[in-house]
Design a protein around this ligand. Structure first.
Ligand code: NDP
Length: 259
């Protein structure tokens, strides 16, 4: 049995003609994902809870000759998600990236703090997949990439983040569950599990004496990651280069979870 030759391997990563949307695209990993998708041909809807930041990401892409636009979107707002989904053609690519963190010992954590992190990080991914996924299912195609974390598998001490770790474990299993539900309907669902990435999310932690050194000691590659190093994995999962993959959780963690 042969597929025929030659195979257009380079073309499989080309997103020309595809419509993509990224949540939390105002900075950090989300902004890098928007750039990676736009740079490989997609038209990208850059969304963030902060409309000015979403606008800045989209404007920077347009200034570089890419196709992009901005929209305000809070992933805790189901009605806003569904309204934006209804206003757009079905997406080809959805990146569920928006996330938050805080540091509080479990015994001191309020219901409100627990609920806020679960609401944004886990329920937000569910709402976003549901809202845009419905349209993708109608179209019978699409690739969803969720941003999980190595914290879904390991407890990244010494920061007390039980809500965050639980939310990311939920994202990984939500990814597998949706992948199975939607596999025969043309919609793939995968996730990326990053190590520590140099973004504003980590601001404040850097000032804790010895923390970065401890992380680097625990990391086989001995360094943190850059947003673009997550964005290129997202681009792969978004593209036809990963056409046989669904329900995969790709570790991009510099070897951290091998130890
Ligand atoms: P950043 O804080 O740098 O960026 C996240 C963006 O999402 C911010 O613009 C933030 O706005 C926005 N956002 C927050 N809440 C909402 C909401 N309810 N709806 C829409 N947008 C929202 O984070 P990172 O780029 O570092 O993280 C991106 C994703 O990667 C997150 O899911 C995070 O958990 C994950 N991750 C990050 C790692 C890291 O080391 N940086 C490691 C592993 C995973 P605002 O600033 O106003 O809150």
């Amino acid at each position: 049995m042969t597929e025929g030759s030659p195979i257009d391997y380079r073309g499989r990563q080309d997103l020309a003609g595809r419509l993509a949307l990224v949540t939390g695209a105002g900075q950090g990993i989300g902004a890098a994902c928007a750039e990676a998708l736009a740079a490989t041909g997609a038209e990208v809807v850059c969304t963030d809870i902060d409309p000015a930041r979403a606008e800045a990401t989209a404007a920077a892409l347009v200034a570089r000759g890419h196709a992009a636009r901005a929209a305000a979107l809070d992933v805790t707002d189901s009605a806003a998600i569904d309204a934006l989904a209804a206003s757009l053609p079905p997406l080809d690519v959805l990146v569920c990236n928006a996330g938050i963190v805080s540091n509080t010992p479990a015994e001191e954590m309020s219901d409100a703090e627990w609920q806020r992190v679960i609401d944004v990080n886990l329920t937000g991914v569910f709402r976003t997949c549901r809202g845009f996924g419905r349209r993708m299912l109608e179209a019978g195609r699409g690739s969803i990439v969720n941003i999980g974390s190595m914290s879904a598998e390991i407890v990244n001490t010494p920061q007390p983040q039980c809500h965050y770790n639980a939310s990311k474990a939920g994202v990984h299993h939500l990814t597998r569950s949706l992948a199975v539900e939607w596999a025969k309907r043309g919609v793939r669902v995968n996730a990326v599990a990053p190590t520590y990435i140099e973004t504003p999310l980590l601001h404040g932690l850097e000032s804790q004496p010895g923390l970065i050194e401890r992380w680097l000691d625990l990391t086989p590659m001995g360094r943190m990651g850059k947003p673009s190093e997550i964005a290129s994995v997202v681009q792969f999962l978004a593209s036809d280069a990963s056409s046989l993959m669904t329900g995969a959780i790709l570790r991009a963690d510099a070897g951290y979870t091998c130890l």
